[in-house]
Design a protein around this ligand. Structure first.
Ligand code: CS2
Length: 497
């Protein structure tokens, strides 16, 4: 008879894998978005900070919806592991930083109360691009979203993140008014300013007296630093659970796989202190934007193209995809010819080294990052990655062929032309726009009209990209090539210009 390993807990976890040895941690951070990324990123930096300097930096974390993760963490004394994977090397650590875990959807009032607690000094967010309830075409708060409207009407239990932030800040001001920092850690350009703007736009819809109360205090006491976060963190599988069982002899129901690489760059604008995150390698700068754009375009933008071309050619994972010579060629072309010219490389970053490292990271076969995961939520991700670089080239009289290919491959995955089958990996990509796009594809006979509808009427990217008929035309041509001859033929077409 085989005995199951014991569950991971405060009693069973070996001291050698704990990120730090503090006990009786007090809560000073609230985190919204308790998913894999948070546990492999901010939690690791916070554990490193605590190893170096004591402080009230325990984390009260809220999962957006996932009860399974919260239930597992509660059964495990809020402990879980990070399994760092590279070909030929595995390392397991357990950053013990959480003091409480809850599900936001089950008790939104608790999120509001946690933000309002005096002891809360920083609220960190990893709620994905999709969690900010803004209209991608305008970047403004989406007042047409029924959840936003509901949150504006009903102050007690907001369901949107922006609603929760505003109600939490409102309660905070009324209770004591202590300063606080809201730190977005999502892949949005200017994520701090963006969050601040959405918070103010929501506030501007409240009754006049509430606006007059809150707006001046937001200016005085609340900061919204921008940050660039980077670590490839796939979804958890049984293989990761088995690795932890083998390594530690313990059962972790919710380990997080991650690549060894990790990076965090933030603006130094904290209203009420912060952990010594530099102990984990975080950088603080007054100019975070060049880092954000570098990462958002070279890594995330290229990643999208690899995911869509890969999925369409039958690749389940990013390393499988980028191992196909035509995908690698297309990735290098979009990166060097179309994204890189739109960037100012931050001081101290060696571009060639950065790019070489990206290709090594994508080739990490031990990680098994799925094309369907990177391809999910493309309607919100592409709007962050493609429009500005596309407009840069269009303004210079050039059609950015591989940005057009990115959009075409995305459309072929999510909304295939009638009769086309994009295969199993595209079929499992989730996207809030999937039904709308698929319905438009099914009812529009001409590809040109379909693509024009998506870009110029639905504003998948931005209105000015949608208004560029040469770009729209090229995307439509490439959709037709993918549909008739496959992704490799379309990549060859794009390369030929
Ligand atoms: C990826 C990112 O899913 C995606 O769109 O591009 O999640 C990427 O892996 C991370 O941003 C890496 O830091």
């Amino acid at each position: 008879m085989t005995t199951l390993p014991q569950p991971i807990s405060a009693a069973t976890l070996p001291a050698s894998v704990r990120g730090h040895h503090r006990t009786g941690l007090e809560t000073g951070l609230v985190h919204l978005g308790l998913g894999n990324f948070h546990r492999a990123h901010q939690a690791v930096y916070t554990a490193a900070a605590l190893a170096e300097e004591d402080g009230p930096w325990g984390v009260h974390a809220f999962a957006t919806r996932s009860r399974a993760v919260v239930a597992a963490l509660r059964d495990q004394d809020l402990l879980s592991t990070v399994v760092e994977l590279a070909p030929g090397s595995t390392a397991v650590t357990a950053p013990a930083v959480h003091t409480r875990a809850d599900v936001a959807a089950d008790d939104p009032g608790l999120v509001v109360a946690a933000i309002a607690e005096r002891r809360t000094r920083v609220v960190t967010l990893t709620v994905t691009e999709n969690g900010y309830t803004y209209a991608p075409a305008t970047h403004r708060l989406d007042l047409d979203d029924p959840r936003v409207r509901q949150d504006l009407r009903d102050g007690g239990a907001p369901v949107t993140v922006i609603g929760q932030l505003v109600r939490g800040l409102q309660q905070r001001l009324r209770r004591h008014g202590a300063p606080v920092t809201i730190l977005s850690c999502d892949n949005l350009s200017g994520n701090g300013e963006h969050t601040a703007r959405l918070v103010r736009e929501f506030t501007a819809e409240l009754p006049a007296a509430e606006q007059a109360e809150l707006l001046p205090w937001l200016d005085e006491a609340v900061t919204f630093p921008s940050s660039m976060v980077d670590r490839i963190v796939p979804a958890t599988t049984d293989a990761h659970r088995a690795t932890v069982a083998r390594r530690l002899g313990l059962r972790d129901r919710v380990p997080v796989p991650a690549e060894p690489f990790s990076m965090w760059v933030m603006e130094e604008a904290f209203a009420a202190g912060r952990p010594r995150w530099e102990a984990g390698g975080a950088l603080f700068t007054d100019h975070v934007e060049p880092y954000e754009l570098l990462k958002l375009r070279l890594l995330n933008g290229t990643h999208s193209l690899i995911a869509y071309l890969g999925a369409l050619s039958g690749a389940a994972t990013i390393p499988d995809a980028v191992a196909r010579p035509f995908v690698e060629r297309a990735a290098r072309a979009v990166l060097h010819d179309e994204y890189a010219p739109t960037l100012a490389v931050p001081d101290g970053v060696d571009l060639d080294r950065y790019v070489a490292q990206l290709f090594d990271r994508w080739a990490n076969t031990a990680l098994g990052h799925r094309t369907s995961q990177v391809g999910s939520d493309g309607s919100v991700k592409l709007a962050q990655r493609v429009p500005e670089p596309a407009l840069f080239h269009l303004a210079n009289g050039r059609i950015p062929q591989h940005l057009a290919l990115t959009v075409a491959a995305y459309l072929c995955c999510l909304a295939p032309r009638p009769g086309a089958d994009p295969g199993p990996h595209a079929a499992t990509m989730s996207d809030p726009a999937r039904d709308r796009l698929a319905e438009r594809s099914a009812r529009t006979a001409s590809t040109r009209a379909f693509v024009a509808g998506v870009l110029a009427e639905d504003h998948l990217l931005t209105p000015d990209v949608g208004a560029d008929s040469a770009f729209v035309h090229r995307v439509a041509e490439l959709v037709d090539v993918i549909t008739a001859h496959g992704p490799e033929a379309a990549a060859a077409e794009a390369a030929a210009g």
